[in-house]
Ligand binder design. Structure first.
Ligand SMILES: Cc1ncc(C[n+]2csc(CCOP(=O)(O)OP(=O)(O)O)c2C)c(N)n1
Ligand code: SF4
Ligand SMILES: [Mg+2]
Length: 330
C-alpha cells in the first residue's frame, strides 16, 4: 500500500510530547538562580500545551537569562545584546505559524534594548515576553542596571546607585497599544506557571516581569519577600489569576483586581512593597501589527508551498545528460 507523504507528516504531528522533549542540556546557571525556576515553568507549559518543538522558537539577547534558548529543545536564537525583541518581531512577520517566546534580562531589555522594548509594546505582535529582572547585570559580574534599587552598591556604583530604579511595569503600561502586563516572582512556582500560561494564551504581546533571584551577586536582596508571604500581594479576579486553596492559605495579602482597569493597574504597578503578583492589565481587543499589515493578503497554503518550492529549486542538481531545454532559465 502506498502511503502519501503528507499522511506520515500528519501522524508525526499528532505525537504527544513529554517534558524531556523540551529539555536540552544542563543549565549553567548558579545553584539557586531564579532562572532555573523560570525554565522549569516554561518547559511544563510547553508540555501541557503540547507545543510542537519544531513550531516553537525562543529568542534572547545577551546575559545569564539570555542563555535560555540553549536549554529548550525547540528552535532558538541567542541574539545580540538588547536586540531580542526586533529579532522576535522579524520571526513573527516571516513565520506567523510559530509560537514565539522572548527571554530578556533587565540590562538587555531596559538598558541597551530600551528603544526596542517601547516599540515592541506598541506593535503588539503575538509573542510572550519574559523579563528576568534580577536588578543587576549578572553575566558581566555585577554592574548596576536601570532596575537596580537606589543605594545598591555594585562595581559601577561603589557609593550606591544614585537614582531610583526604573519600574518596568509602569513604563510598559504607559505605552500605546499595551495589551497584557503581569508580574511574577521566581520562588512561587505554581503562580509563576499560571501567569506565564495566561501570557502565552493572550493574543498580542504579553509582557511578564519576573522578579528573579541572583544569589551570586545579590544573595540577600529579595529575602524579606521570599521569607514573608504577607509581603506578596496576589491579584485575583475571575478574568485574571485564580488561586488554588493552598496558595490562598499561605499568601493572605490579596487584592481583587479587574485586569481591564488600566488606571488601577498603573497604581498597582508602582507598588514595590508588598510585591504585587498577578495580571495587572489585559485587553484582548488591541490589534496585532502583523494582522493589520497582512489584512487582505492572507497567505494560503498554496502561496507558502510555492515559495518553498522556489527556494528548493535553487538547489536542484540537474542530470548532465538531461535535455537542456528542460532546465529552468536562471
Ligand atoms: C553591545 C554590547 N554591550 C555590552 C555587552 C556586555 N554585556 C553582556 S551581558 C550584559 C548585561 C546583562 O545583564 P542582564 O540583561 O540584566 O542579564 P543577566 O545577566 O542579569 O541575566 C552586558 C552589559 C555586550 N555583550 N554587548
Ligand atoms: S550570576 Fe546571578 S543571574 Fe547569573 S546565573 Fe548566577 S545567580 Fe543567575
Ligand atoms: Mg539582570
Amino acid at each position: 500500500m502506498t502511503v502519501h507523504p503528507t499522511e506520515c507528516l500528519l501522524r508525526m504531528y499528532d505525537q504527544h510530547h513529554d517534558l524531556e522533549d523540551y529539555q536540552s542540556g544542563v543549565p549553567r546557571w548558579c545553584t539557586g538562580c531564579g532562572d532555573n525556576g523560570i525554565l522549569a515553568a516554561v518547559q511544563r507549559l510547553c508540555r501541557d500545551e503540547d507545543l510542537r518543538p519544531e513550531k516553537t522558537v525562543f529568542v534572547s539577547g545577551i546575559g545569564c537569562s539570555s542563555r535560555f534558548p540553549h536549554y529548550m529543545k525547540t528552535y532558538g536564537f541567542h541574539g545580540i545584546h538588547g536586540r531580542a525583541l526586533p529579532v522576535a518581531e522579524g520571526i513573527r512577520m516571516a513565520r506567523p505559524d510559530l509560537n514565539v517566546f522572548v527571554n530578556t534580562g533587565d540590562g538587555d531589555c531596559c538598558s541597551i534594548g530600551a528603544a526596542h522594548w517601547i516599540h515592541a509594546i506598541r506593535y503588539n505582535m503575538n509573542m510572550t515576553v519574559m523579563l528576568h529582572d534580577n536588578q543587576i547585570y549578572g553575566l558581566t559580574k555585577m554592574q548596576a542596571s536601570p532596575t537596580s534599587p537606589r543605594g545598591l552598591k555594585s562595581n559601577t556604583t561603589p557609593h550606591g546607585a544614585y537614582l531610583e530604579g526604573l519600574q518596568p511595569l509602569t513604563v510598559t503600561l504607559g505605552v500605546q497599544n499595551v495589551s497584557f502586563v503581569a508580574q511574577a516572582v521566581d520562588w512561587i512556582p505554581e503562580v509563576l506557571y499560571d501567569i506565564i500560561a495566561a501570557a502565552y494564551r493572550h493574543k498580542g504581546l504579553s509582557f511578564v516581569r519576573i522578579l528573579q533571584r541572583c544569589p551570586e551577586w545579590l544573595p540577600k536582596m529579595l529575602d524579606p519577600w521570599v521569607h514573608d508571604p504577607l509581603k506578596i500581594m496576589l491579584l485575583t479576579h475571575e478574568n485574571g489569576l485564580k488561586l488554588s486553596p493552598n496558595i490562598s492559605k499561605v499568601y493572605k495579602t490579596q487584592e481583587r483586581h479587574d485586569p481591564s482597569n488600566i488606571n488601577r493597574a498603573r497604581e498597582i504597578a508602582s507598588v514595590a512593597d508588598p510585591i504585587p503578583v498577578g495580571i495587572l492589565y489585559h485587553n484582548p481587543e488591541v490589534p496585532c501589527y502583523e494582522e493589520l499589515r497582512d489584512a487582505g493578503q492572507q497567505r494560503s497554503m498554496r502561496f507558502i508551498k510555492a515559495g518553498l518550492e522556489a527556494e528548493f529549486d535553487k538547489f536542484t542538481v540537474w542530470p548532465q545528460d538531461a535535455d537542456s531545454k528542460a532546465q529552468p532559465s536562471a
